[in-house]
Design a protein around this ligand. Structure first.
Ligand SMILES: Cc1cc2nc3c(=O)[nH]c(=O)nc-3n(C[C@H](O)[C@H](O)[C@H](O)COP(=O)(O)O)c2cc1C
Length: 366
């Protein structure tokens, strides 16, 4: 399975993401601790009685976490996907696959995405770059790659910043909103849209809200940076420089999450982008998310073993349940209704300069 550009690129993405420092700091007001939960000293419930389960595509998740979209297409990616899937099945969470475009060029790579034998029941989401719809990929192609892995749904990723920095990246985004609308209407499975770590503005979310989406994954800045990764991989000096210049490009995670929650027309929102703990998940859900997703830490665990992924997932669950106990939320619905305080600098209309805000200081990094 070696030799063509796409599989080599995938292998390099994995190597850089696993071995190098690929996360960008967001600064004050951008990370999930911009959402403050309010402690209830008298929660009036037993920790044991807390039920963090939710339903997705008619299937039960033991707690509201999806393993983020990552990989596929190489032998190493196949091992990682199987470890992630096995851990997901053991812990009762769901999984997004990495981009399956490679399956259209190299049908034999399906084996590196196929995980249903180890995780027959988990919610599983197929993945493809939305820009591929402008480059000849049809809704029928998308449906076929989803069906061949037994996916419950499809997510289209938007990654303009990554493609712009990647040498030879796919940057033909003109008219893509319309292509996406056609695809969502005809694929015949629940469809979602996600970013890859550069987040969504209010305008971007409003455009997406016109589509009949099953979910939007907010994927804001604050975790894995694809502009940083592409800059690291660049072979030319100006490619490296461009990647470094745009390394922290994007809308911070909490800002993107709030834009999605408040302007997404009621579509369920999956919070992600630097979301690292069950406490971050509790904060995101209290701010209006329905689910959460985490990518990089689970990739690094999967590079070690299934047990390492299970340990990450169990720690995540424990922190989420602890936070639910401390705010007195018996279930995820109650958590969504709990009181939160949000740093004003994280608010999308403040971040985007749509309101004059006396609380935002001159020269503030936001
Ligand atoms: C190694 C790696 C590969 C990724 N590949 C994809 C992909 O193929 N499709 C996609 O939609 N997102 C992809 N992502 C982006 C993640 O799904 C996620 O949006 C992003 O990494 C931010 O989350 P994090 O900070 O938890 O890593 C990838 C992330 C990593 C770390």
């Amino acid at each position: 399975m070696q030799g063509d550009g796409i599989t080599e690129r995938k292998a390099e993405h994995l190597r850089v993401a696993i071995e190098e420092d690929v996360e960008v700091p967001v600064g004050a007001g951008g990370t999930f601790d911009a959402i403050r939960l309010v402690y209830q000293a008298l929660p009036e419930l037993d920790l044991e009685a807390i039920d963090p389960s939710v339903t997705l595509f008619g299937k039960r998740l033991a707690f509201p976490l999806m393993i983020g979209s990552m990989t596929g297409g190489t032998a190493e990616a196949g091992v990682i996907n199987r470890r992630l899937a096995e851990a997901a099945a053991r812990c009762g969470v769901g999984m997004f696959l990495g981009s399956q475009r490679v399956m259209l060029e190299r049908p034999d790579t399906v084996a590196t995405f196929a995980i249903r034998d180890v995780a027959p029941e988990i919610p599983l989401v197929a993945n493809i770059g939305a820009v591929q719809l402008n480059l000849g990929v049809t809704p029928a192609d998308v449906r076929s790659v989803a069906d061949r892995v037994g996916a419950d749904a499809v997510v289209f990723h938007l990654n303009a910043a990554q493609e712009a920095v990647q040498a030879g990246g796919d940057t033909r985004f003109a008219g893509l909103g319309e292509r996406l609308a056609e695809a969502v209407a005809t694929v015949g499975l629940p469809c979602g849209v996600k970013e890859v770590g550069a987040g969504f503005s209010i305008d971007a979310v409003r455009r997406l809200a016109r589509l009949p989406l099953a979910f939007i994954e907010s994927a804001g800045k604050g975790g894995t940076s694809w502009t940083l990764i592409e800059g690291r991989r660049a072979t030319s000096a100006d490619g490296r420089q461009l990647g470094a210049l745009f390394a922290d490009w994007g809308i911070p995670s909490v800002t993107s999450l709030l834009a999605c929650v408040e302007h997404g027309g009621g579509v369920p929102i999956i919070a992600s982008g630097g979301l690292r703990t069950g406490l971050d998940a509790a904060r995101a859900i209290a701010a209006g998310a329905s689910l959460t997703a985490m990518a990089l830490p689970l990739l690094r665990a999967a590079a070690r073993s299934v047990d390492a992924v299970v340990a990450e997932l169990e720690a995540f669950r424990r922190a989420l349940v602890t936070a639910m106990f401390l705010v007195g939320a018996r279930d995820v619905e109650a958590l969504r209704r709990t009181r939160v305080r949000i740093d004003r600098r994280a608010r999308p209309e403040v971040y985007e300069g749509r309101v004059d805000d006396p609380h935002v200081l001159e020269g503030d990094p936001r």
